[in-house]
Design a protein around this ligand. Structure first.
Ligand SMILES: Nc1ncnc2c1ncn2[C@@H]1O[C@H](COP(=O)(O)OP(=O)(O)OP(=O)(O)O)[C@@H](O)[C@H]1O
Length: 794
């Protein structure tokens, strides 16, 4: 019984930590094998008068005893007190060493807890280049890191000494046979292991003699392990100093729109990375910083490297900058969303708490780009020592073949260890329900969440649920296209319990799309895109979807068209063709490449160059029209537009269903229901007629209504061997023929690869999904006269 209790306690206290903990060869456990409960030791002498520097947390103290100060804790014969250094159980035979700062009762969890200040071993220092080489086998660094852990994680006492005292007391080292073996440590420096900055050497007994010294010790380690520290200074003060970059004048300290090369906190807090390295290095022996003038830095001419874009034509630069895969220098029109995501993430990382943010919005509204930018800015803050370290991992529903792989990816991010999904799930469950000192927060971006839901809801449930577990420090950013995916897939009861923070990204208006395109064209020389063209593209896209990706794609294609035209024109000119009236004398005789490289030409020249049609070599409204036309006249687009009405309505219904559920696939029967709804709503005579007849006939066919349709669609598929056509066998051929309207539409679409149908014999739940991009269907049928008004464009 006692042994079982002991095991539970150790299980509970397991740290599952690697690297950094102190190896312990002995398995001796001072706490014995009896599972006594932990009891508080109160300060009987001082009563409610707190003279000590260290006060317990009244907030969490047991109410009846709130006036008494907790100074220690007892478990059987084991006693530890505030200010003591103790061992905390780590994975295997390892232990962490922590200094007990305060005790408190966590009422929510009904657990006795303590706040620890950590010692670190050299193993915890990740940077090999800045790691000291003079560390001793039992040396620890006191670190400016704190954690709260249950008393159950305490595993014995530790003794910390100065090097002098250690050598005096143990001149030949600690013998393996000694009870003190593995429990005596030397501390002569403090270290911030994340930044690998050390305090100057000290004598431990000089700086620490007991609980009363904790605040001073914390302050000392904190202040001495930061090369430079954020200190909010007035702009004037910054201006007066030579060694800082002058921040932008629009600083108000609040998170700003993401802009490259200007970190979010730059202006609010001058950080170490903004100082010259020299200014950071120079300290007096008493550790006062010497501010020196920033060294003049220049790059020798011989090694000056031009960026590739500098060598490109304006067209190439524009194409590159408009490309959707290029990372924009700024994300205009997403200021609010950026701030919301940033502050949530920053707060969660700082507090060491878990959090789950659900981000929704239609495609191309900048969800992924914004989250990535936030994470990049937070990483910059970590580099500048303004934020605690965190792990970031991106899991994309489109890129995993099985949603369960998400578990392996998360575990790999946490531990750099590849395991199977089922094993990873086990490990993650255990990890997140186990207290662990210094667990680094982990931010997970779950992109294209819809795809992870389709196959297995437990994946989404777990990722939404884990952040709520007390020890997880997991921050999930779930990105999806629909607002109510959690409710639809997890039931209202569960999803409301999860307490998700929701952020919605609205579609861009045409003004916003204009701004986005213009910002991408910033720095492109030669005014090669006419402002009217930008406006036209923005209007066209905003009318259909508000999708920045589409707007950028159209503009990029338009630039390509203009570039080709310019080259053709130049070549024609070179081959002795009479120059066009627009050709300026300056350009005459130049090669295509060189003449196109003219940067900064005034608009007038470009307009002239554009020729009588007003478009050669410049992107105009006509070029945009051509680009849109091309995009909508690809073979796929043409095939989609040439589909029979039944197939178009089927696609419109499938799209509506997918959009409504937020899931990338739908039950065939539901699509037919959707068709009925569309038929009722539609003002279009042909749709109305078609649907009422086709659906009614279909309903006649089987009592289940949609079942018959599903079966028909699946089993009338030309690729299905006749003998396997269960649906057909269930009904008479005549009935099947009557239902052929919808069934054959589905079969035809499946054969063309426009949809995929997953046949489930004898069931009513055959599933159907799009086999082409949703965007292609929207583009082709969005303004198709036959199905206009069925919501394909929205
Ligand atoms: N405000 C913006 N400024 C500049 N570029 C933007 C902006 N919003 C989106 N983009 C660009 O549009 C493209 C699509 O953006 P993103 O991938 O973030 O959209 P999304 O909402 O995540 O779409 P999906 O749901 O399809 O994944 C990217 O190239 C991105 O850089």
């Amino acid at each position: 019984m006692a042994l079982l209790g002991k095991r539970t306690r150790i299980e509970q206290a397991r740290q599952f930590l690697s690297g950094g903990a102190v190896p312990r060869d002995d398995s001796d456990d001072e706490l014995g094998y009896e599972d006594f409960p932990w009891e508080w030791i109160y300060d009987e002498t001082s009563g409610s008068q707190n003279t000590d520097n260290v006060t317990p947390r009244k907030r969490k103290a047991v109410p009846a005893l709130a006036s008494k100060r907790i100074v220690g804790a007892r478990m059987g014969s084991f006693v530890c007190r505030q200010g003591d250094t103790v061992l905390l159980k780590a994975e295997g035979n390892q232990a962490w060493v922590g200094l007990i700062c305060e005790f408190f009762e966590d009422e929510e969890e009904g657990e006795k807890m303590a706040k620890f200040m950590w010692f670190s071993s050299e193993k915890e220092i990740r940077s090999k280049s800045t790691k000291r080489t003079d560390f001793l086998p039992n040396e620890l660094y006191i670190s400016p890191a704190f954690d709260e852990n249950p008393l159950a994680s305490i595993n014995g006492t530790a003794k910390v000494l100065s090097l002098e005292d250690f050598q005096r007391l143990y001149p030949t080292g600690v013998k393996k046979s000694s009870r003190d073996y593995g429990k005596i440590f030397v501390c002569r420096r403090g270290c911030n292991t994340r930044t690998t900055t050390y305090t100057p050497e000290f004598k431990w007994e000089d700086i620490y003699s007991g609980a009363a010294d904790i605040p001073a010790l914390a302050e000392f380690v904190e202040s001495k392990t930061k090369a430079t520290r954020k200190r909010r200074r007035a702009p004037k003060e910054i201006d007066d100093r030579d060694d800082f970059v002058v921040p932008d004048s629009d600083d108000d300290g609040a998170p700003k729109t993401p802009k490259k090369r200007r970190r979010l906190n730059d202006a609010a807090t001058p950080t170490s990375s903004r100082q010259s390295p020299a200014a950071r290095k120079f300290l007096t022996p008493t550790h006062k910083r010497i501010v020196i003038k920033k060294q003049l830095e220049f790059t020798p001419l011989g090694t000056r490297v031009l960026s590739p874009s500098a060598l490109s034509s304006p067209f190439q630069i524009a194409r590159n900058q408009l490309h959707v895969s290029s990372v924009p220098a700024a994300l205009p029109c997403r200021e609010e969303e950026f701030s919301a995501v940033y502050s949530h993430l920053e707060a969660a990382i700082t507090d060491g708490s878990g959090s789950c943010i659900y981000i929704s919005g239609t495609p191309g509204t900048g969800k992924t780009a914004t989250v990535r930018e936030v994470v990049a800015q937070l990483h910059a803050s970590v580099q500048a020592e303004e934020l605690d370290d965190f792990i970031f991992v991106e899991i994309n529903g489109m890129k995993v073949t099985d949603p369960n792989q998400s578990y392996s990816l998360l575990w790999q991010a946490l531990r750099e260890d590849r395991v199977s999904p089922s094993h990873a799930l086990e490990l993650l469950e255990r990890e997140f329900s186990t207290p662990s000192p210094r667990r680094v927060p982990c931010v997970v971006l779950m992109d294209e969440l819809d795809q992870l839901v389709t196959k297995n809801q437990s994946v989404m449930y777990n990722f939404f649920n884990w952040p709520g577990l007390r020890h997880s420090r997991l921050i999930v950013l779930a990105v999806a296209n629909t607002m109510d995916l959690p409710e639809r897939t997890l039931s209202n009861k569960i999803s409301s319990r999860l307490g998700l923070t929701r952020i919605t990204f609205p579609g861009y208006t045409h003004d916003q799309l204009m701004l986005i395109i213009q910002s991408r064209l910033e720095g492109v020389p030669g005014h090669i895109v006419h402002p009217d063209a930008v406006q036209f593209a923005a209007r066209k896209v905003a009318a259909v979807s508000g999708d920045a990706r589409r707007a950028l794609d159209i503009c990029r294609r338009a630039v390509e068209i203009a570039e080709t035209e310019a080259i053709v024109r130049e070549t024609e000119g070179e081959e002795g063709q009479p120059p066009t009236p627009s050709r300026t004398g300056r350009n005459k005789g130049k090669t295509a490449g060189r003449s196109l490289n003219d940067a900064g030409e005034p608009d007038a020249i470009l307009q002239k160059r554009a020729g009588p049609s007003g478009r050669k070599g410049v992107v105009t409204i006509a070029t945009i029209k051509q680009a849109i036309n091309e995009a909508t006249s690809s073979p796929l687009q043409q095939a989609l537009r040439a589909l029979p009405l039944a197939s178009k309505v089927f696609l419109a219904a499938l799209l509506a269903r997918i959009r409504r559920t937020g899931i990338g696939e739908a039950v065939l029967g539901d699509v037919v229901d959707e068709m009925k709804k569309l038929g009722l709503m539609s003002q279009l005579q042909p749709v109305h007629e078609y649907l009422l007849t086709a659906v009614e006939k279909d309903e006649d066919r089987t009592e289940g209504g949609v079942a018959g349709t599903s079966a028909s669609a699946q089993h009338l598929h030309p690729s299905t061997p006749l003998k396997h056509r269960e649906g057909a066998s269930k009904t008479t051929d005549a009935k099947a023929a009557r239902a052929l309207g919808i069934a054959s539409a589905a079969a035809e679409l499946a054969e063309a690869g426009i949809i995929g149908v997953e046949a489930r014999h004898g069931e009513r739940v055959g599933r159907v999904r799009l086999g082409v991009a949703e965007e292609e269907v929207r583009l082709a049928l969005g303004d198709d006269a036959e199905v206009k008004g069925l919501g394909v464009a929205s």
